[in-house]
Design a protein around this ligand. Structure first.
Ligand code: NAG
Ligand code: NAG
Ligand code: NAG
Ligand code: NAG
Length: 769
């Protein structure tokens, strides 16, 4: 079905416009990011000689914007295109790229219409039926570095009640400005630093940074709601973790600032970085992607990096932040719903969805009309346009004062603005997809009554209108319900695989709640305030920005339980324990259209915190696997050595390096590009026994579609020791010509643990798209 609305997601998030550039005042000089690879043996915090030499002329003319010297090397400075080209030739320079602005998709240009999706995950059965917040599993001293829009320190979510002293290994600071005092930091917010050059303060003027930080690690705050909706206790995934806020965005985020924040966080000693931001289209040159660069060096320093997949769904290959050293998070709904009831003149009640604060009477006394009946008198307007309430199709005199029923069978319908501008009393919008996923806030029009209903209900209302001389209705103010089905559903906006880097790597990795999440907000942003009221302390918004900190919080809990586990062990635990079914056992679906979701939508599935602490087996991906990935991806050894300064002495790229070998990376999922009949494809994986018993026997089961042969050798893994590693091969073959990409699952089980990996066999690769 065509998309009924233009999607305008809130968020700094995932919305980089790659072409836009921060330009210098002079008009000629622009900011370029000069990336010079790893630190190697040079002392963190000092400049490498070649870096100092290259910086010199820019320092002299005050052109330096950022200097990277802790976790990696480089700088950002104002320079001309010619200078940038010259510097790119210098030995020691990996890449020179114009500073890209990660920015809000420009909601204003789409008029005042704004689609947001709302709610709270805490009462969601998937999340609350666990020991997540029991004293046994507490997130303790894990330090989470949030790269975002700063923090609102006065939020109750950031109180430090019950927290012990700041971990000794912490080396970061709390940067003071007039409106952000040292006392704004505490045992919860242990650091705050600003790298956003346009505004000096660490204070979150926007709200996004406070939302994501409180979702990852907010303290429990009872009695929280958004004007009465989603009432409950707000709590982060890892409520005892510490937060270090790196402000790298205001209304948008510059590459140069993101790199500076990540460089500082490596120095400061964070355990996990969380980035609810990224480019809005995939970046294929890895070394021009600030998040990929920063994350590479973070992972080298033992830090896990969790990033948003993006909000560019449902298009195929829209996933971003998809390098293998990042954990990439998709977004899905939860079972909480905001209903908005439509009551017809015959007292029939229809439960639609949406968030609005209607002040209409509860009794159905307002005249009701459908688009076709309200059609403007004109020979050139079709009934179809009017049925969908398209601009110019409705007669204002018929719409005014009435509740209007509109279908959304035409893409891009600006129904809300059309209806509101014509003086309607309210809107009943027929849209099956939106009813499941979206609740809509019209910025500045929170009080406009609307309800989104299913097509079945839409047709029922239409017959009611047709069979009554004076049809009437009302739309009641929204309320909250739980137990909504189906849930979870992959959000329409959630970016999809296959990865544009290579179809030999499966991305995203996992999905988590990202639709209608309630969390802390900034008191300086009135965007979601009811008319005449102060900005709310908590708001409900949606995006992969919101799902990402859920995974960050869970990763922090795993880290506290298993302090020696590296990023890949934690990611493996999250992925191999994931679920692919809803609470009622039916398969997880995706929007639009409610088809069965595939690993291109959710990677390994939906995070499952029941099992995540005890995965049984893990797939470890040591750094050398990423060096090999770079070889196979096509970088030569001189470039790789420039980036990975600590690469082992004897490391060299295999002679036969090629993209097909990327499939062999010891990743918890399997992806193979250019799969075709009569050609056997083999991958090898190694698992580590982390179960409680030394002795463990795992048997494999394979879920594969008809006509696909999948052989696992051996079919039994017999472990005799904890931490023992065993390898197996998986061989895929077929005699059949598949018409579309193929998905399936490989599951190791010993009765106690179920270790499940998705596979995706693509008929193409990115180059042949
Ligand atoms: C900068 O931050 C201050 C709060 O400290 C805020 O009042 C101001 O609006 C911000 N300016 C911009 C351009 O974001
Ligand atoms: C996108 O992927 C889905 C399933 O993976 C497939 O059915 C669909 O045809 C693809 N769409 C395009 C435009 O390639
Ligand atoms: C219909 O005709 C009117 C007047 O001739 C014109 O202004 C309008 O743009 C037309 N609308 C469409 C949708 O073609
Ligand atoms: C390695 O790749 C870089 C960048 O493409 C190129 O400039 C350099 O000449 C290559 N080095 C070798 C030894 O091939």
């Amino acid at each position: 079905m065509a998309r009924p609305f233009v999607f305008l997601y809130f968020l700094l998030l995932v919305l980089v416009s790659v072409t836009s550039v921060a330009s210098d005042q002079s008009g000629e000089h622009e900011v370029y990011v000069v990336y010079m690879g790893g630190k190697g043996s040079s002392t963190p915090g000092t400049l490498r000689d070649d870096q100092a030499r290259l910086l010199e002329p820019f320092s002299q003319r005050n052109g330096v914007v950022q200097v990277y010297k802790h976790g990696f090397t480089g700088f950002a400075a104002h320079m001309s295109k010619e200078e940038a080209n010259l510097i790119a030739q210098e030995p020691g320079v990996v890449s020179v790229s114009r500073d890209k602005m990660f920015k809000l998709r420009t909601t204003r240009s789409w008029s005042f219409l704004k689609l947001l999706k709302f709610q709270q995950y805490l009462d969601n059965p998937i999340m609350s039926s666990t020991e997540l917040h029991s004293s046994k599993v507490r997130g303790a001293d894990t330090i989470i570095g949030m790269m975002d829009s700063g923090i609102w320190p006065e939020s109750k979510s950031f109180n430090d009640k019950g927290l012990g002293p700041i971990p000794k290994r912490w080396k970061g600071t709390c940067q003071e400005t007039e409106d952000f005092r040292a006392s704004s930091c505490n045992r919860k917010i242990i650091g705050a630093q600003n790298y956003e050059i346009r505004n000096k303060t660490c204070r979150d003027v926007f709200g996004h940074g406070s939302h994501t930080a409180s979702t990852a690690a907010g303290a429990p705050v009872p009695g929280v709601s958004y004007y009465g909706l989603a009432l409950g206790t707000a709590i982060g995934g890892s409520p005892t973790s510490r937060i270090a806020a790196y402000k790298v965005c205001s209304d948008n985020c510059a590459d140069s600032a993101i790199l500076a924040g990540m460089d500082a966080a490596i120095h400061d000693g964070v355990d996990i970085m969380s980035l609810s931001l990224g480019p809005d289209s995939p970046i294929v040159n890895i070394w021009e992607d600030s998040v990929a660069i920063g994350a590479f060096h973070a992972v080298e320093h033992g830090i896990m990096v969790v990033c948003a997949a993006g909000n560019a769904g449902p298009s195929n290959s829209s996933v971003t932040n998809d390098v293998p050293w990042i954990t990439t998070v998709a977004a899905s709904t939860i079972d909480r719903h905001f209903y908005a009831s439509v009551v017809l003149g015959n007292n029939h009640v229809i439960k639609g969805g949406g968030i609005q604060f209607s002040s209409l009477s509860d009794s159905p006394k307002y005249p009701l009309i459908d688009g076709v009946s309200a059609k403007v008198q004109s020979h050139n307007i079709s009934d179809k346009l009017a049925r969908n309430c398209q601009a110019g199709s409705l007669d204002t005199s018929k719409v005014k004062g009435r509740i209007v029923l509109c279908f959304s069978e035409i893409s891009g319908s600006p129904t809300f603005s059309v209806i509101m501008n014509q003086g309607a009393r309210g809107l009943v919008l027929v849209n099956d997809d939106k009813r499941i996923e979206d609740n809509i806030i019209l910025e500045g029009f929170l009080t406009f009554p609307f309800s989104i209903i299913s097509s079945k209900d839409g047709n029922a209302i239409l017959s009611y209108i047709r069979s009554n001389r004076n049809p009437t209705a009302t739309i009641r103010r929204s309320g909250t319900s739980t137990g909504f089905k189906p849930a979870p559903v992959i959000a329409d906006f959630s970016s999809r695989g296959p990865s544009c880097l290579s179809h030999n790597l499966l991305k995203p990795d996992i999905t988590a709640p990202g639709v209608n999440i309630i969390a802390a907000w900034s008191k300086m942003n009135p965007e979601f305030a009811l008319p005449g009221q102060a900005p709310p302390d908590y708001v409900i918004i949606s995006g992969t920005s919101m799902s990402t900190p859920h995974i960050t919080g869970i990763a922090a809990l795993i880290k506290s339980q298993h302090p020696t586990w590296d990023h890949s062990a934690i990611r493996s635990a999250i992925m191999t324990t994931a679920v692919q079914t809803c609470i009622d056992g039916s398969p997880i679906l995706r929007l639009p259209g409610l088809e069965e979701a595939t690993p291109y939508d959710f990677g390994a599935g939906h995070v499952n915190i029941e099992q995540v602490m005890n995965p049984g087996l893990i797939y470890e991906t040591p750094i050398t696997e990423y060096y090999l990935f770079l070889c196979n991806y096509g970088y030569n050894i001189s470039t790789i050595k420039l980036i990975a300064k600590n690469i082992p002495e004897g490391f060299s790229c295999p002679k036969n390096a090629n993209t097909a070998l990327i499939s062999n990376m010891n990743y918890p999922s399997i992806a193979i590009a250019k799969f075709k009949r009569y050609t056997e494809r083999k991958v090898t994986r190694t698992v580590t026994n982390v179960g409680d018993e030394d002795e463990a026997v795992y048997e494999v089961t394979v879920d594969a579609p008809e006509h696909l042969n999948v052989q696992v050798i051996p079919e039994t893994l017999h472990f005799t020791q904890k931490y023992q590693k065993l390898s197996f091969d998986v061989i895929f073959s077929t005699k059949y010509t598949f018409k579309s990409d193929i998905f399936g699952w490989i599951t190791w089980s010993n009765g106690n643990y179920r270790v499940r990996s998705p596979f995706a066999l693509s008929l193409t690769d990115r180059s042949s798209k």
